[in-house]
Design a protein around this ligand. Structure first.
Ligand code: OXD
Ligand code: MN
Length: 597
């Protein structure tokens, strides 16, 4: 009898070889059925890996606690392992493939002894879509298995698909000793392989997510002429029932998840607006036969940050995580529900904190700092289909057509609420020069700008100079390219107070963006791009202090001339690899600013 549930020789040989290296006691193939999932959940609870939460209030939900030093993506331990260092570029950590395999092999060797190796065949994107990619993750962590079942499409349909195709990303993970000194997140784009060891934090170990869908996929996308991006996808249904789709890229902590599922403010809801959510983190975008850019979300779940999530900031997410969700590093309440800083309702009188210790509000550590109930990067994983605003086009093989690409950062000064770029090349320049300011209270840190091109700095699987060139080339392949915009929800007044309320009110700006795409409104030409006439942003039901909107839309050439210095410094690191078109845009902007200044 075939002891493997597949006839794919390449898959069988690889699983056998990795098992020989890691030496698990047994191998279990994940079939994607509810029956197997229930059994694994039960086992995870029995061995103390997961805590079952209140089955009336949070049915099908579990809590997991990571090791104390394993709470976030470890970028310093994340490597792109291409044969040539140059191919990883100046913004990535690099290791030669042979050295990387050797170093990791020493840690993987025997790491699964006494444990089970789970084989997870998964599809990023609808199974069988030409947009999708297949991966197989081997792991010794039940937590990883159960999260992958939420975040990706797992199981037998994927194996059936692999009978016809040999092309899959080989993903090997072991928690090993969870030792930070033996932790490595390695990407071998030339071998379509990912090795992750020594961690159990989502972004390091759910290998379909950042590792495959961004780092490896961006490398493949360049070869195959598509885009793998750190981008949310949302549909905006207008008062006539017509839906248009927007793709938006923001660095972390700039509100991607909240935007993707916003609930329209009263003023616009009355007009008939409605939002459809496709994804909050990743988009794969291709030029389709109509010459337009179409996007899918390769994931099937959200892996969101818990602190700050509440009914005001994100009611749809509050609903989404009420069932079949896995919580990581949040506070456990006595009634077996969960809490985090910034959650709805009263602060609980007591609980068990994310490190498993008894907790009460107001507790301080040795240095007098408040002890938090939930880790600041505590998370939930929940299926997209739980979301009240989930799009009915989630399973469509070609995804949705994108009308606008929106880049954004957190800038207290300088950058207006929204501007439209002049054309694709100028839009790529806006994305490549995207930045966010640290908003720390201390004066010294205020205004420190970190460049994060297209929000992909930690996720681009190859030399970013080639990545910019790829974006420029994509524009040439698209007869119906989306327009590119830039937004900034975070501009402040002289006293440091936000000028724009953000959250659901951002829809007012998206409405203007779509009006521009449909040539419904004019705009004011500035050196940096087209800015709205204040009267063209629908403010029904929102009152801002006098002059605030004008301030939000202001473009000050002097500040932008200063900004050029930071852009130049950033571009210079790419030396002669930086596409000349970006220098051309730099010079054009400089000229426009000087003639306006
Ligand atoms: C991230 C995430 O770290 O989406 O960007 O988890
Ligand atoms: Mn992300």
């Amino acid at each position: 009898m075939n002891k493997f549930p597949t006839y794919n020789k390449k898959l069988k040989d690889w699983v056998t070889k990795m098992a020989k290296l890691c030496q698990p006691d047994e191998i279990v193939w994940i079939d994607g059925t509810d029956a197997q999932r229930f059994a694994l959940e039960k086992e995870a609870v029995a061995i103390g890996e997961l805590i079952q939460l209140n089955s009336e209030k949070l049915p099908g939900c579990f809590l997991y606690r990571t090791a104390i030093d394993d709470v976030a993506r470890t970028e310093q331990l994340t490597f792109i392992c291409t044969k040539k260092k140059h191919d990883a570029g100046p913004t990535n950590n690099w290791m030669p493939p042979q050295a990387a395999y050797r170093k990791a092999k020493a840690i993987f060797k025997g790491a699964m002894a006494g444990r089970t190796m789970y084989v997870i065949p998964f599809s990023m994107g609808p199974v069988g879509s030409e947009f999708s990619k297949i991966g197989v993750e081997l792991t010794d962590s039940l937590y990883v298995v159960l999260n992958m079942l939420i975040m990706t499409r797992v199981g037998n349909p994927v194996l059936r698909y692999l009978e016809k195709k040999d092309d899959f990303t080989k993903c090997l993970h072991s928690k090993a000793d969870l030792d930070i000194n033996k932790r490595l997140i390695l990407h071998f784009p030339e071998d379509n392989t990912i090795w992750s060891v020594g961690s159990c934090y989502g972004g390091n170990v759910l290998l379909g997510k950042k590792c495959l869908s961004l780092r490896i996929a961006s490398f493949i996308a360049r070869r195959e002429h598509w885009l793998a991006e750190h981008i949310l996808i949302m549909g905006i249904e207008d008062p006539n029932g017509h839906i248009e789709y927007i793709a938006a890229a923001f660095p972390s902590a700039c509100g991607k998840t909240n935007l993707a599922m916003l609930i329209p403010p009263e003023g616009l809801k009355r007009k008939g607006y409605r939002i459809w959510t496709l994804g909050d983190d990743i988009a794969w975008m291709r030029v389709d036969s109509d010459g337009a850019l179409w996007a899918i979300n390769p994931e099937s779940g959200f892996f969101g940050v818990a602190p700050g999530t509440n009914s005001h900031t994100n009611l749809n997410m509050v609903e989404t995580i009420k069932k079949n969700a896995i919580y990581t590093n949040v506070l456990l309440k006595p009634d077996k529900t969960v809490w985090w800083e910034g959650a709805d309702g009263e602060v609980p009188a007591n609980g068990i904190d994310w490190q498993g210790r008894p907790w009460k509000p107001g507790m301080k550590d040795r240095n007098g700092k408040p002890i938090l109930g939930a880790q600041p990067n505590s998370r939930f994983a929940a299926p997209i289909v739980n979301c009240p605003s989930a799009s009915f086009r989630l399973e469509q093989h070609h995804g949705v057509p994108i009308s606008a690409i929106v880049f954004g950062g957190r800038r207290a000064h300088l950058v207006p609420l929204v501007y439209e770029t002049f054309n694709w090349q100028h839009g790529v320049f806006a994305g490549a020069t995207m930045a966010s300011e640290r908003t720390a209270a201390s004066v010294g840190e205020l205004g420190v700008v970190r460049r994060d091109p297209m929000a992909m700095l930690p996720f681009c699987g190859y030399n970013m100079a080639y990545y910019f060139k790829h974006w420029l080339d994509m524009g040439k392949r698209m007869p119906k390219a989306p327009k590119i915009f830039h937004v900034n929800w975070f501009r402040t007044d002289e006293k440091g107070k936000f000028l724009w309320p953000g959250f659901k009110e951002n829809l007012r700006v998206l409405e203007w963006i779509l009006d521009r795409c449909n040539n419904k409104v004019g705009a004011f030409k500035t050196p940096i791009g087209y800015v709205p006439y204040p009267g063209d942003i629908d403010m029904t039901g929102l009152v801002l202090p006098a002059g605030a909107l004008e301030k939000l839309l202001e473009v000050k050439p002097d500040g932008w001339i200063e900004e050029l210095k930071g852009i130049k410094k950033f571009f210079t690191q790419f030396k002669k690899d930086l596409p000349f078109e970006l220098w051309e845009e730099y010079e054009n902007l400089q000229k426009r600013l000087k003639s306006n200044g």
